[in-house]
Design a protein around this ligand. Sequence first.
Ligand code: AKG
Length: 260
Amino acid sequence: MELPAVTDDLDRAAHDLDEYGLCLVSGALAGVDLDEVHGRLYAAADDDLASGARQTFAMDNPADGSNTRVWNLLNRGWCFVQLAEHPAAMQLLRGLLGWPLQLSNISANITGPGGGEMVFHADQLYMPQPWRGPQGANVLWMADDFTEANGATRVVPGSHRWNRTPGPDDMGIDTVPLEAPAGTMCVMEGRVWHRTGNNVTADQRRGGIFAWYTIPIYRTQENWFLSLDPIVAQNASDTMLELLGYKAAGLGLVNGRSPR
Ligand SMILES: O=C(O)CCC(=O)C(=O)O
């Protein structure tokens, strides 16, 4: 079982998405400052800790205190808005899922030393089966180097072809760590089996930013209309307004018209 090679060729990446269910794109942060992304992500995590809003989200092990989830990153810095509508991500998502799409959620998962692995899952697990194709895709932005030791996401390349969510008998299946340098973008379609890896380092945190997009017939995980800072919506591009459902066609109308 192998991963596709990291590439900066988006045609190659689209081919990898089809073949492996995921692709790795290098230098994808062009136009967005990785240091800023990294700094703002950890500042947001520290703010949540200081204010008592910190959440751990290890899914199968909520008591895993070494894990931190930072929700709704759009409110935590404009660089995250730029990531959520990044042209390279948009190109790959359009090719995979078509358009319009919605941004369901953008959050970060930070594993800390001693962090345990997450339950094995495919992101479209809440969508009716049998699956006939991808209904969504996760775009993972690596804010740190991802290594096997610091809990790189573990994936099963090719598992999208099985068209089902993993069951209890699948938990022991072989996985590969998504190892790549900070700044790499991984697009992983919604049927790919994966989980957070164990962080066995003594002192390294691993921050991954996960933007989950779906075709717009499902509810969004984040309720943007209640939680989005109005300043973000006021300054958003047309693409971002569409991704958030503030600009719509067919569904999500107000009195038969697009809200914006
Ligand atoms: O943190 C990770 O590596 C994976 C997170 C994940 O799978 C999820 O949030 O659905």
